[in-house]
Design a protein around this ligand. Structure first.
Ligand code: SF4
Ligand code: SF4
Length: 189
């Protein structure tokens, strides 16, 4: 189905949204001249509904609803390839991250499974100082009501030592926790 875009001038709230994410990402969407190098290098573009170049174009046109509705912002792996390739120095990866945070704050989560994965991943890093794969999968599966998803892969991976049942003990775990607490405090300020 063809998508119809509303190309009316952006509202004051939309302009504010765009300024906020530019400030959070410390970059400017005005620099983008739509060459598409970001999309060409993005390893996740094949799975996105709106690849990175298109997300930037939406932002340039003030199409905030389209950005918040895009699954792409949840599919983005924050690999930063797009930011590294951009000839205009647009930090697209940080913009994607800022959009995700805005979407979370507004309760507009277009892909709940990815958002749950995102939360479970961050909880693991916060609590154990690094990724805890088994815990991440259990948390994700329970919250998305699919408790046995990929269960058949778990045992063989554990047998081969690819995934451990318990989280690894690492040095500096408490410092990582403090970083999260500091960021949470900053978010409330
Ligand atoms: S690589 Fe940079 S200039 Fe080119 S489309 Fe992407 S953001 Fe725009
Ligand atoms: S940071 Fe996101 S948008 Fe950019 S190349 Fe990586 S996956 Fe694609």
């Amino acid at each position: 189905m063809k998508q119809t875009l509303n190309l009316a001038p952006p509202s004051a709230a939309d302009k504010e949204f765009i300024s906020r994410i530019e400030e959070a990402a410390d970059t400017s969407i005005k620099l983008c001249y739509q060459c598409g190098k970001c999309t060409a290098g993005c390893p996740a573009a094949f799975a996105m509904d709106s690849p990175p170049r298109q997300i930037i174009r939406y932002l340039q046109l003030g199409l905030v609803e389209e950005v918040l509705a895009a699954q792409s912002i949840w599919i983005c792996a924050t690999c930063e390839t797009c930011s590294a390739r951009c000839p205009r120095g647009v930090d697209i990866a940080s913009l994607m991250d800022a959009c995700r945070r805005e979407a979370l704050a507004a309760g507009k989560i277009s892909d709940k499974k990815v958002a749950v994965f995102n939360e479970a991943f961050l909880n693991g890093v916060k609590n154990f100082g690094r990724t805890y794969e088994a815990g991440l999968l259990i948390q994700h599966n329970l919250k998305t009501m699919q408790p046995l998803k990929d269960a058949q892969l778990g045992l063989p991976m554990m047998k081969r030592g690819k995934v451990s049942i318990l989280p690894d003990r690492i040095k500096g775990k408490d410092q990582v926790k403090k970083i999260f607490q500091r960021i949470e405090t900053m978010g409330r300020e």
